[in-house]
Each structure stands twice: as structure tokens, then as C-alpha cells.
Design a binder for this molecule. Structure first.
Ligand SMILES: NC(=O)c1ccc[n+]([C@@H]2O[C@H](COP(=O)([O-])OP(=O)(O)OC[C@H]3O[C@@H](n4cnc5c(N)ncnc54)[C@H](O)[C@@H]3O)[C@@H](O)[C@H]2O)c1
Length: 261
């Protein structure tokens, strides 16, 4: 389908598991995607999209650097004269107990997940406000609505913050003359991608994400399954369609029924 033909879309963390699926889904709808990420992963994701006939360019873009975020927005303006959709997907999933974790680790998770989301949004807003239209989709987590298992306090705190900035900005824009810019969060549950399947080192030895899901989470998920990255991506696409213009300030769980709020 080409429901977003001609639209300019920026995806931060677009070289990762979920980000790549999101970039591909937007390209599949006819949008031109600017994939931002660290290292070569952005170019790999963009090249894969182009190989399928989609439109994508890559940019090395670190969400801890405001100038990189401004460069992403400037690239959209230069290439397309607009910026229709921003998806903030860059994330860091360091684990560690709050009581023993190094402060540097705590700060780096907040820096990427929360402050990085802020920087990407801050850089995109001038263009969207000038247009009077835009869609901002933040990738939070179900751990933005609940505590974890005690190993991910910084991550949980950062994702609560992501939902907070999403809601606050939706209220701000909607009431300050910009109802055409919507801001919503997607809260994925355990997803078969990136940090959801990365091998995690534990005292009992390395374990796969699948094993962790089977052992600890599966019984609590009504659908008894992990999410697929494409399912997260299709919800991001939906939040960019004209049909979703009235949805703003929401944090949508895509988690097989794990969290029902
Ligand atoms: N996989 C899951 O189970 C799951 C569940 C809930 C939420 N999420 C969220 O989804 C998003 C994507 O996660 P994923 O599972 O695809 O993992 P991933 O590690 O594959 O993707 C994260 C991406 O962010 C990039 N990134 C990290 N630091 C960055 C920085 N400073 N600047 C720019 N990019 C940076 C990484 O290079 C990577 O490509 C994250 O925000 C994560 O918190 C994932």
C-alpha cells in the first residue's frame, strides 16, 4: 500500500531490531525514510529498504548529540522540504540493580532513552510547527508503566519519562495552537528483536531472550507469545495515518495483553 506516499519520516535508532522494522514499514507505505543510528547500522537498514524498492537514506546520528538530531531534521527539510513523522526508537537496555549499579550506567540509560528522545523531538518541532502538522511516535515500553524484575531500574525510570514527555507535549501542542501535531507512545512488550533477544549474561550463564521470556514472562502474557517487530511497526504506521488524527497523548501497549492500562 502507499498510504503515506510523499511523506518524510525520521526514525532514530532505525538500524536496530524494532527501528529497522519501523523504517521498512513506513517505506512500504511509500514514505521517504531517513534512518538515523550509530555506526554502520543505519546504512545497512537504508540499503535493505532500497533493495526492496523503497526510499531511504541513512545518517549517523547519535541521540546524545543535539547537533546530530538537528542534522536529521535539516536533512528532511533539505531533501523533502518537510518532516511529517518522527519516530524515536533509539534505546539502551543496560541491566543492573539500583543499589549496586555504577552511576555512569544509570546516567547513560537516561541520557539515551529519555534525554535522547527529548533531543530528537526538540530538533523536529520547529519544522512541524511551521507546517502546522506532524506525527511524533515515541517508543517507550510496558516498563514505562510498571516496575521490572529489579535489574532494570534505570531503564524503567527512563521509559516512564518517555511516556511523561509524550503526554506533556501532546497537551502542550494541542492546547497551544498545534492540534495538527500528535504525540503518542508505543509501549512494546517483550519483542523478538534487538534487546528482546540479545543474550543476557546471568550468574547461571548466558541466556537467550527467548529463554528469559519462556521462564519469567510467558505465564503473565495472555497471548502467551512475544511480539514481532513488524507488529510494533504497523502500530507506528497507524499513528501516522489521517485516520488517527484524533489520537494524541496516548501510550498504546502492544504486548499481547501483558499490561492492561
Ligand atoms: N525488544 C524489546 O523487547 C523491547 C520492548 C520494549 C521496548 N523496546 C524499545 O524499542 C526500542 C528498540 O529496541 P530494540 O529491541 O530494537 O533494540 P536494539 O538494540 O536493536 O535497538 C536500539 C537501537 O538504538 C540505537 N542506539 C543506542 N544508543 C544510541 C544513540 N546514542 N544514538 C542513536 N542510536 C542509538 C542502537 O544502535 C540500536 O540500533 C528501544 O527504545 C527499546 O527500549 C524494546
Amino acid at each position: 500500500m502507499s498510504r503515506l506516499k510523499g511523506q518524510a519520516v525520521v526514525v532514530t535508532g532505525g538500524g536496530g531490531g524494532i527501528g529497522r522494522a519501523i523504517a521498512r514499514a513506513f517505506a512500504g507505505e511509500g514514505a521517504s525514510v531517513i534512518v538515523g543510528d550509530l555506526g554502520d547500522s543505519a546504512e545497512a537498514a537504508a540499503a535493505a529498504i532500497r533493495a526492496e524498492g523503497g526510499r531511504a537514506v541513512a545518517a549517523r546520528a547519535d541521540v546524545t548529540r543535539a547537533e546530530d538530531m538537528r542534522a536529521l531534521a535539516a536533512l528532511a527539510e533539505r531533501e523533502h522540504g518537510r518532516l511529517d513523522v518522527l519516530v524515536t526508537c533509539a534505546g539502551l537496555g543496560l541491566s543492573g540493580l539500583l543499589a549496586t549499579q555504577d552511576e555512569a550506567d544509570w546516567l547513560s540509560v537516561i541520557e539515551v532513552n529519555l534525554n535522547g528522545t527529548y533531543r530528537a523531538i526538540r530538533a523536529a518541532l520547529p519544522t512541524m510547527m511551521a507546517q502546522g502538522s506532524g506525527r511524533i511516535v515515541t517508543i517507550a515500553s510496558v516498563l514505562g508503566k510498571m516496575g521490572g524484575f529489579g535489574y532494570v531500574s534505570a531503564y524503567v525510570a527512563s521509559k516512564h519519562g518517555v511516556i511523561g514527555i509524550t503526554r506533556a507535549l501532546a497537551a502542550e501542542l494541542g492546547s497551544q495552537g498545534y492540534p495538527g501535531i500528535t504525540v503518542n507512545a508505543i509501549c512494546p512488550g517483550y519483542t523478538r528483536a534487538g534487546m528482546g533477544i540479545a543474550v543476557q549474561s546471568t550468574k547461571a550463564g548466558p541466556r537467550s531472550g527467548e529463554e528469559i521470556f519462556e521462564r519469567y514472562y510467558k505465564r503473565q502474557v495472555p497471548q502467551r507469545r512475544m511480539m514481532e517487530p513488524e507488529e510494533i511497526a504497523q502500530v507506528a504506521v497507524f499513528l501516522a495515518l489521517p485516520e488517527s488524527a484524533g489520537i494524541t497523548g496516548q501510550a498504546l501497549n502492544v504486548d499481547g495483553g501483558f499490561v492492561m492500562s
